[in-house]
Design a protein around this ligand. Structure first.
Ligand code: SF4
Ligand code: SF4
Length: 318
């Protein structure tokens, strides 16, 4: 069976216990304005170009088989809206600033690649994590790969927004050893405003997870002014009452790394709406600002963790 991925990252320390290999899957149903992996949103492989390093030689335009290049004059670097990610321009570019993001791979080939890391996993208590994008968009393929890894004695985890049908959700969580799930906002209307989708399927699936016997970690990406108020975090903590298998809550401080990546995409995966422009104006007007966001102080950290501690939920700022 074939899946579409966009990265296999080795020696990851942030996607579950131990030293892990993380497989990033293409495709996501959400459109979070702060998305850190905008290259993972579209389901198909796509062309990425770093325009800042372009020498304007025109070789990309010259080799493109799409009819569009003829209509676009001398525009370089060339990025056609009808691009089918054939990769010819990637080969032609002398400064290697073009690449195809996305690879179709069958379960057999993926498992063979991952099994090679077994000695690291055994030595460090690690394993394989499926992330994205949203891995549950390719639920059957993820479940199949996880089952095959389990048969090889390799531990697996899935990192998910929880946005999926109940059938897909049950299929994947029962195939892995650990679920790492986001809560982006406890209120459905606010969730829809910032991510493009209501949180109803997510909360339904969270209830399934709480009733299951599968260990899980909840992650909350802290987005200033969106979900970091005491009320928002108290509401999130309330959702987690009675979770016997919850290992901990991790709060992830905001970073704006996805902002710079968006300029690499040929066509935006998150439309530039007035709301998205206002979001970035407020949170990181330039890439320089994105790198300069101050770390949380100890009193801020304590305040953010308070709603979880008050319910005796293990928690930390990651
Ligand atoms: S990857 Fe896209 S832009 Fe590049 S040659 Fe192929 S169709 Fe043209
Ligand atoms: S081939 Fe590379 S350097 Fe030349 S115009 Fe295209 S993107 Fe720029």
């Amino acid at each position: 069976m074939i899946g579409t991925i966009f990265e296999i990252r080795e020696f990851s320390l942030f996607d579950g216990p131990g030293i892990r290999t993380t497989v990033f899957l293409k495709g996501c149903p959400l459109r979070c304005l702060w998305c850190h992996n905008p290259e993972g949103i579209r389901e198909e492989p796509e062309l990425l170009v770093n325009p800042h390093l372009c020498r304007k030689c025109g070789k990309c335009r010259a080799v493109c088989p799409s009819g569009e290049r003829k209509e676009s004059g001398e525009r370089v670097p060339f990025r056609g809206t009808s691009c089918n990610a054939c990769g010819r321009c990637v080969q032609a570019c002398p400064v290697r600033i073009r690449r195809i993001c996305g690879e179709r791979i069958d379960d057999d080939a993926l498992v063979k690649r991952l099994v090679r890391h077994r000695s690291f996993f055994e030595a460090e208590g690690g394993g394989v994590t499926f992330s994205g994008g949203e891995p549950l968009l390719q639920a059957q393929w993820v479940a199949l790969c996880a089952q095959r890894l389990r048969a090889e004695g390799i531990s697996t985890a899935v990192e998910t927004s929880g946005y999926a049908s109940q059938k897909d959700y049950r299929q994947v969580i029962s195939a892995v050893d650990l679920v790492i799930q986001d809560i982006k906002h406890p209120d459905s209307a606010i969730h829809k405003r910032w991510t493009g989708r209501s949180n109803e399927p997510i909360l339904r699936n969270l209830a399934i997870l709480k009733e299951s016997n599968i260990p899980f970690i909840i992650r909350i990406p802290l987005i200033p002014g969106v979900n970091d108020s005491a009320e928002d975090l108290s509401a999130a903590a309330s959702l987690l009452r009675g979770s016997d298998k919850l290992l901990r809550v991790e709060l992830l401080p905001f970073h704006a790394g996805g902002r710079a990546k968006r300029s690499l995409l040929s066509t935006p995966s998150i439309p530039d709406t007035p709301e998205s422009k206002a979001f970035w104006e407020c949170h990181a007007p330039t890439s320089h600002d994105a790198a300069a966001i101050a770390p949380l102080t100890q009193p801020q950290t304590e305040e953010l963790l308070r709603p979880f501690k008050s319910l005796a939920i293990p928690c930390r700022v990651a």
